[in-house]
Design a protein. Structure first.
Length: 116
């Protein structure tokens, strides 16, 4: 049952990411990957909340590994940063590298501490 929950959660998370980044992308005026940054920070915040609330393992499996695993995306972050480098947009690439990790970590910490 856990495997099905993770699979269903992952599918729903990927759809949520697709729709959120699809909503953000047309509003952007720069090549900075704002949509990916937003989903990774929001996903980190939500995972911090789940862990801080002491969610049971079954909930962490389908909501954490499943939904939030499908919602957040390290591979897209990496690919978009590489694309910025290839396009010569070094400032945007460096900003993405400088912001994504610290903001995601901070969001997870805020979620965790808020739930405690």
């Amino acid at each position: 049952m856990t495997v099905l929950g993770v699979a269903a959660g992952g599918a729903l998370g990927a759809l949520a990411r697709y729709h959120l980044t699809g909503w953000i992308a047309p509003r952007q005026r720069t090549p900075f990957p704002t949509g990916t940054l937003v989903v990774n920070v929001v996903g980190s915040l939500l995972l911090g909340l789940l862990v801080g609330l002491g969610a049971p393992d079954s909930a962490l499996a389908w909501m954490g590994a499943g939904f939030l695993g499908g919602f957040t995306t390290f591979s897209t972050f990496t690919w978009e940063t590489l694309r910025l480098v290839e396009d010569g947009a070094w400032g945007y690439a460096l900003a993405n590298l400088a912001l994504a990790g610290p903001l995601s970590f901070a969001a997870a910490a805020v979620g965790y501490l808020a739930a405690r």
